[in-house]
Design a protein around this ligand. Structure first.
Ligand code: C5P
Length: 660
């Protein structure tokens, strides 16, 4: 992830393709527990792989559930209709709140001899309100450490179900969720009523719980948000197959993307219009603004409809998080957009009304705001301003404003602290860049050229990782070409130039992390040898071969940017790159580094011979007629003989930031 303080988005021109959003955490663990309480098997698709779900799966195995994990599809054989274990079991819950609370409730209502522990932090997270409610029901629960906190021991209950069970709603909605999921265990012969004490918070999460219970055959009667009745005779019934939905508020950015960007449309896998999450109603808001939406089980397809979008006035109480996305869509509308009933924005990660208003104004928009509303006026062509979006440590602000990069004025947008998206969507920008397009000339390229063993590869790949940019190791392309030529029985000189060029033009090469694959065969070690470098140097003097590799090298220039390392990146391949670095180190230094590298890999090496080889290679690279090794006229020289790699990386990042 980006270690940098900001991410520059080049002007984006369109978007099309498919995005697959990760499964929602809160849905994943609810589905696992409900599947475990059913009779028979449930196939759970798209389960999120996270600490919380692993803890839950381990606990279910301990209870005797069948658990079969095949990547993101998990088959659960439930405990319904079977005897639960009678021996004492100790569960380790780590720090997984979404596993601890509902499991505690289910174990306590069913009864047995169970101990639930976690990491130290888990033992500092209160659970007293849930335990109080469960004790009221007749559950036998003891605190093994501090009163009100895990660890807990659960015994056999003697249930008292005749009067309503009170549970506090103003601390954590997870307590109510836990009770709702567990109590059908006790509702075979009588209805059970839960009464919420205090104002219920996080209602959308309770809605998810109720929706999921319905899919598992439990039709809870909701009376306002104060009373919930589990009808007599309730029985968990497996839906057979269930898809864990992606987080619907994360989907809002891609729904908006489809509505804003030119292209063949955006398909979102992971959530459909029949979603059980309240935020899915963002789809209706997007449609009001002009988006065209198609939907099926677990997917959505969005294309641009009305353009410009239509300004709307909307009460957003039902979609508080996703509605922020509407504020940025409003910049592309034909009239003002007013979002009302959003007082909760003021008390989220940041004061979101103030944040959205401030940042939209920085882009040039006219924005009015009140205690619980915001009115955003559209931005006409010619009025967009280049600015740096402050993100207030709020993931949603960062994701929303990435959509401003589609502005008609082709103004780039800087997003500060881009890694704040990790709170809910660590790969947000990667996912966006995989479907967004930009004018190639606008995609930034940093070139790092220099002689053999100057450390270009390490420097370039580290800078790329810090910036979240792609990386082109052009030397590897020459090495692979030479390798392929030798395999084809060719000689590495002008006699076979045309044939080698032909091979290079359709080189089936693929990079996978550090690995280089040729026709899916790992050739990394073969091409990385000293001989591999010498062979590359031989084919690289052949003009037809160099020409044949141009298109392949250019194709690495993709969003959000490229670090290109080689000999002629700044002079021939990317002559207009905004930053070019020419990296050097003394021949003695380079020979010593290469020597250390080889020794550490277990190869024997002679430092004098290495130096002679390096100098021979430099001489050939520098003196060849086509694209000889030399600094571009506008390159910045960096002699790293005395610099650590960290210092070199920092120098390039400093140069890059001062260019930005
Ligand atoms: O950088 P590396 O050592 O992998 O490069 C191997 C050889 O490929 C170099 O010695 C050079 O002759 C050739 N090369 C080139 N142009 C590039 C990159 C590498 O001619 N852009």
């Amino acid at each position: 992830m980006y270690a940098i303080p900001f991410l520059d988005l080049p002007p984006l021109t369109g978007a099309s393709g498919t995005v697959t959003l990760p499964g929602s955490k809160s849905i994943s663990n609810r589905v696992l527990l409900l599947s475990a309480l059913c009779e028979g098997t449930t196939v759970v698709h798209d389960l999120l792989d996270s600490d919380d779900t692993r803890v839950m799966l381990a606990a279910l195995r301990q209870l005797g559930c069948g658990v079969d994990v095949q990547s993101s599809t998990v088959t659960i054989t439930g405990l319904g209709g079977r005897a639960w274990p009678t021996e004492a079991i100790e569960f380790f819950m780590g720090n997984a709140g979404t596993a601890m609370r509902p499991l505690t409730a289910a174990l306590a209502v069913h009864g047995g001899d169970f101990t639930l522990k976690g990491v130290q932090r888990m033992h500092e997270r209160p659970i007293g309100d849930l335990v109080d409610a469960l004790r009221e029901l007749g559950c036998a629960i003891d605190y093994l450490g501090n009163e009100g906190y895990p660890p807990l021991r659960v015994r056999q209950p003697s249930m008292k179900l005749d009067k309503p069970i009170p549970v506090r709603g103003d601390v954590s909605s997870q307590f109510l969720t836990a009770l709702l999921m567990a109590l059908p265990l006790a509702a075979l012969d009588r209805a059970i009523t839960i009464e919420v004490v205090g104002e219920l918070i996080s209602k959308p999460y309770i809605e998810i719980t109720l929706n999921l219970l319905a899919r598992y055959g439990i039709a809870v009667e909701r009376q306002g948000w104060e009373r919930f009745v589990i009808p007599a005779g309730s029985r968990y019934q497996s839906p057979g197959t269930i898809h864990v939905e992606a987080d619907a508020s994360s989907a809002s950015y891609f729904i908006a993307l489809g509505a804003i960007a030119q292209g063949a449309g955006i398909r979102i896998n992971g959530v459909g219009a029949d979603s059980i999450q309240g935020d899915i109603r963002f789809v209706e808001a997007a449609q009001l603004m002009g988006a065209q939406v198609k939907s099926g089980p677990n997917w959505l397809e969005i294309t641009r409809g009305a353009w410009p979008l239509k300004g709307i006035t909307l009460d957003c109480n039902h979609i508080p998080d996703a509605a922020m996305t509407l504020a940025v869509m409003a910049l592309y509308a034909n009239g003002p957009t007013t979002l009302t009933n959003i007082a909760s924005w003021r008390v989220k990660e940041t004061d979101r009304i103030a944040a959205m208003a401030t940042e939209c104004r920085k882009l040039g928009a006219n924005v009015e705001e009140g205690p619980d509303w915001i009115k955003v006026h559209p931005l006409a062509t010619g009025r967009w301003k280049k600015t740096s979006i402050h993100t207030y440590d709020d993931h949603r602000v960062a994701m929303c404003f990435s959509l401003a990069a589609f502005n008609a004025d082709a103004v780039p947008v800087r997003i500060e602290d881009p890694k704040c998206v990790a709170k809910t969507f660590p790969d947000y920008f990667e996912t966006l860049f995989a479907v967004a397009s930009a004018d190639t000339a606008q995609i930034p390229v940093i070139c790092i050229d220099g002689p053999t063993a100057s450390g270009k590869g390490t420097l370039a790949s580290r800078v790329a990782a810090q910036l979240g940019y792609h990386y082109l190791d052009s030397g590897a392309l020459y090495r692979v070409t030479a390798h392929a030529a030798l395999q084809a029985g060719l000689t590495l000189d002008a006699n076979d130039e045309a044939k080698i060029a032909q091979l290079a033009r359709t080189l089936p090469v693929r990079f996978d992390g550090e690995q280089v694959l040729l026709s899916n065969v790992d050739v990394t070690d073969a091409i990385r040898s000293e001989q591999g470098g010498m062979n590359a140097s031989k084919v690289s003097v052949l003009p037809a071969v160099r020409e044949a590799l141009v298109d392949l090298q250019l194709s690495f220039r993709r969003l959000p940017g490229l670090l290109a390392d080689g000999r002629d990146m700044g002079t021939v391949i990317f002559p207009k790159a905004p930053l070019k670095v020419f990296l050097t180190a003394s021949a003695a230094q380079r020979a010593e580094r290469r020597h250390k590298q080889l020794i550490s890999k277990g190869f024997s090496a002679n430092i004098e011979r290495l130096r002679a080889d390096l100098e021979a290679r430099d001489a050939r690279d520098t003196s060849r007629a086509v694209a000889p090794l030399k600094p571009a006229r506008d390159a910045l020289q960096l002699d790293n003989s005395q610099l650590s790699i960290e210092a070199s990386v920092q120098q390039v990042l400093d140069w890059w930031q001062s260019r930005g």
